[in-house]
Each structure stands twice: as C-alpha cells, then as structure tokens.
Design a protein. Structure first.
Ligand SMILES: NC(=O)c1ccc[n+]([C@@H]2O[C@H](COP(=O)([O-])OP(=O)(O)OC[C@H]3O[C@@H](n4cnc5c(N)ncnc54)[C@H](OP(=O)(O)O)[C@@H]3O)[C@@H](O)[C@H]2O)c1
Length: 199
C-alpha cells in the first residue's frame, strides 16, 4: 500500500522502515519543502496516500489538522501520537477524551485508527532483528471495521503482533499505556529498548 507519514522524525522513519521492509511504499511529509531529503515530500503530497500516519507531536496535530480536513476526507488516518508535554509528562485531555478522539473530531470525514503509539521508535528501527517477527504487540483501535482490519495487516507486515482492542475510545487506555511506557523508559531510566508483549 501507499503510506504517507505526516512527519519525518524518529517514529515516522522507524515505522516507515519497518513498513517498507514489509513491501509498502512509504513517503514522509515535511514542512521544510525547500530541502527535501530521501523519501521526503511536502505534507500535502504525503497525505494523498491511501493510508496517512500522523507522526508529529500532538500539539502540532492540533494545529495542522483543521487545514487538512478536506484532503483527508475518506482516508484511513492512523494516529500514532501521544499527548505529552515537553518534560514527557502526560498532557491531560480529560478522562473522557484522548488524542485520537480529538483527531477524529477534527477530521469528521476520515476513518481514524489509533495504533503504533505504544511502541518505541528504537524497537521499530531494529526490525526484523533482534526480536522475532510477531513478538511485539501493536494495539489497534477504531470505530471503522475495514480501516481497523487494514491497519492490523499493516502492523503484521511490519513484523508486529496486532491486537484489536475495539472502538476509538480505547485510545484513552492506549495513550495511558504509552505514558507508562515513557515513565519506565525515561522516568525510571529503563531505556527505550523495551516493548509490550500481550500473550
Ligand atoms: N519516538 C517514539 O518512540 C514514539 C513512539 C510512539 C509514538 N510517538 C509519537 O510520535 C509523534 C512523533 O514523535 P517523534 O519521536 O518521531 O518526534 P520527532 O523525532 O521530534 O519528530 C517530530 C516530527 O514532527 C515534525 N514537526 C514538528 N513541528 C511541526 C510543524 N509545526 N509542522 C509540521 N511538522 C512538524 C518534525 O519536523 P521538523 O524536523 O521540521 O521539525 C519532525 O518530522 C509524537 O506524537 C510522539 O508522541 C513517538
């Protein structure tokens, strides 16, 4: 499939690497259009792909999405963001809310899927070694069955073990899991070479 990232940072490049190994065509949408590096295109070009992955800070997503809503109508939009502050603490969005639900409200015509947010870029970048394919869990939530099924297959092709977790509101728990992941990695200095395995 054609996959367009919004962003070309750590997560985008690492997940893009894993997806490219899985046979997908990947481009990275960047704002610095004057100095494009390998695989990079303007954001408006990247979001023409069949599947668009949001891989920029959540605060940036909030700024960017209203201007992209028309172009993203009908698309599968994967929200891989985590709402964190500059010091890595959780950005508090309210108990009955999540970054993914904010994305869905900003993009009423898109099929929004929450996925990949609980996996560190350092883990994705190592694909296909040292962890065996299909070991690391990738939790996938969406209100759109077909979109969720497509992202499940994308995760599998990237060497991950997809776990369907239900509707988009479950993103509240997935974002909390990511906060825990960050707390262990950064707060407790456990490092980012670690991942959730659901078995
Ligand atoms: N890194 C991880 O392990 C990981 C894991 C799971 C989820 N996530 C989530 O993935 C997202 C990206 O994280 P990251 O670690 O990849 O961050 P990063 O390495 O700092 O990359 C951020 C990307 O966002 C772009 N960006 C920043 N401000 C922008 C703006 N105003 N307009 C357009 N693009 C802008 C940056 O482009 P410039 O180079 O032009 O600034 C860069 O491509 C975050 O929401 C994070 O919570 C990260």
């Amino acid at each position: 499939m054609k996959i367009g990232f919004v962003g070309a940072g750590s997560l985008a490049r690492a997940l893009g690497h894993a997806l490219a190994l899985g046979g997908h065509e990947v481009v990275y949408g960047v704002r610095a259009e004057a100095k494009l590096e390998a695989g990079e295109v303007p954001i408006l070009t990247a979001i023409q792909a069949e599947v668009v992955v949001l891989a920029v800070p959540f605060a940036v997503v909030r700024e960017l999405l209203p201007g992209l809503a028309t172009q993203l109508t009908g698309k599968i939009v994967v929200d891989a963001t985590n709402p964190v502050n500059a010091d890595w603490s959780p950005m508090l969005l309210g108990q009955e809310n999540s970054a993914a639900e904010e994305v869905a409200r900003a993009l009423p015509g898109a099929r929004v899927v929450k996925a990949f947010n609980t996996i560190f870029a350092d883990v994705l970048r190592q694909a296909p070694e040292p962890r065996p394919a299909g070991r690391v869990s990738c939790f996938v939530a969406s209100d759109h069955d077909e979109a969720r099924a497509i992202v499940v297959e994308l995760a599998r092709s990237a060497g991950l073990a997809p776990v369907e977790v239900g509707p988009l509101t479950v993103a509240r728990q997935l974002e909390a899991m990511a906060h825990l992941n960050i707390q262990i990695a950064v707060g407790m200095k456990g490092g980012t070479n670690a991942a959730f395995v659901y078995e």
